[in-house]
Design a protein around this ligand. Structure first.
Ligand code: NAD
Ligand code: MG
Length: 383
């Protein structure tokens, strides 16, 4: 029996790798695709995969797409994305959008009781409590698409309650591993985009250079697995071959290893947490030779600390952290902000944003909007 799958963000790094997984799999039927504005690529993808419905968030791109493609339906705007989720008859949605734009589609998916393969970690960072409560209420399953969380998900499967002591997420350390705070003052966008082990979209690549990605991933793990923050560790592992470690009460540690290829995580989530054959060359451990581990340098990479502080503060603080980070990363990529100022913008925005409880999704949208205004002001003053 084939499963009806919808891919949100199919033109991105995760999205295109997911299409490769779908092409090789006999049991996934694509019912819809979406992108922000790249309508030509999206239409090509729809033709190649026999998809009859697509959504483009940018309204001009949607209009041009609708003119160029007469064989199917083109939905438009953020509402178009939500309609695609609700009206396509999907049994599984892959959310591979970047940033807090993924929040609305995640809510729509879980609200409909549709299973979610979640690459968009920002949804959980921003509204983790509400998302997991919604999934519980409707019975929708959330399966992560993130190498570390896929590893932990697979390691935790079948462990009885009470035997897991701690979780460890590995970090490659990014392109600036070993640099002190002062050395990071003048790094360029090009240097920050040169990730040593993974090829990914621009935003997550910068998050990997600041290590904010690990801060976000600690929150992602907390919400996915219900593990308290003090039991989630981050360790730097430059080879990116060990993705996650689960420590048990008897002192045993289970590690998940594999080549740094996101198709493993994507395929696992698209097949409901099962392993199916992929054309990926396994690791040759003798050729790998050595695995090394080191502590995170929190002075050089303050984003890990800021994320933990926001996580512990709770309420709207993680949402504010995420919004400020998105504004700062965007400004850095456009050459309007120095690398070290990314953390400064986030810290200042958090300082100026009182923490409020999150009672409904509206509190999140409001906190996101206000934090973007504050962060935008801090960026403007920092030049
Ligand atoms: P990307 O930038 O390569 O692709 C993003 C996709 O979302 C594109 O299809 C784009 O058109 C669409 N999009 C962008 N902004 C949008 C908006 N405002 N509204 C609607 N659609 C929009 O990003 P990516 O690297 O594929 O990452 C996607 C998500 O997966 C992120 O949350 C990232 O943290 C997570 N993730 C990525 C990787 C990786 O290897 N790339 C690994 C782990 C987790
Ligand atoms: Mg990851």
């Amino acid at each position: 029996m084939s499963k009806r799958l919808l891919i949100l963000g199919s033109t991105g790094s995760i999205g295109t790798q997911a299409l490769d997984v779908v092409r090789r799999s006999g049991d996934l039927e694509l019912v819809g695709l979406s992108a922000e504005r790249s309508w030509e690529t999206l239409i090509e993808q729809a033709r190649a995969h026999g998809v009859g419905r697509i959504a483009l968030v940018d309204e001009q791109a949607a209009a041009r797409g609708a003119q160029a493609w007469r064989d199917g339906e083109v939905l438009s705007g953020p509402e178009g994305l939500v309609r695609l989720v609700v009206e396509s008859g999907a049994e599984l949605v892959l959310n591979a959008l970047v940033g807090s734009a993924g929040l609305g589609p995640t809510v729509a998916t879980l609200g409909e009781g549709i299973d979610l393969a979640l690459a968009n970690k920002e949804s959980l960072v921003v509204g983790g409590e509400l998302m997991t409560a919604l999934a519980e209420a409707t019975g929708a399953q959330i399966t992560p698409v993130d190498s570390e969380h896929t590893a932990l998900h697979q390691l935790l499967a079948g462990q009885p309650p009470g035997v897991v002591e701690r979780l460890t997420i590995t970090a490659s350390g990014g392109p600036f591993r070993g640099c002190g705070h002062g050395e990071l003052q003048d790094v360029t966008v090009k240097q920050a985009l040169a990730h040593p082990t993974w090829a990914m979209g621009g935003k997550i690549t910068i998050d990997s250079a600041t290590l904010m990605n690990k801060g976000l991933e600690v929150m992602e793990a907390h919400h996915l697995f219900g593990t308290p923050y003090e039991r989630i560790d981050v360790v730097v592992h430059p080879q990116s071959l060990v993705h996650g470690v689960v420590q048990l009460v008897d002192g045993a540690m289970l590690a998940h290893l594999g080549p740094p290829d996101m198709r493993i995580a994507i395929s696992y989530a698209l097949h409901g947490g099962e392993s199916v054959e992929l054309p990926i060359r396994p690791l040759d451990l003798a050729a790998v030779g050595e695995l090394s581990f080191e502590a995170v340098d929190v002075d050089a990479f303050p984003c890990v600390r800021l994320a933990r502080e926001a996580a512990l503060a709770g309420g709207t603080a993680p949402c504010v952290l995420n919004a400020a980070n998105e504004v700062a990363v965007h400004a850095f990529l456009e050459g309007r902000l120095r690398f070290n100022a990314i953390a400064e913008v986030i810290e200042q925005t958090l300082g100026e944003s009182p923490v409020a409880p999150v009672r409904a999704f509206e509190s999140l949208y409001e906190a996101d909007r206000e934090a973007r205004t504050i962060a935008g002001g801090v960026v403007a003053r920092s030049m």
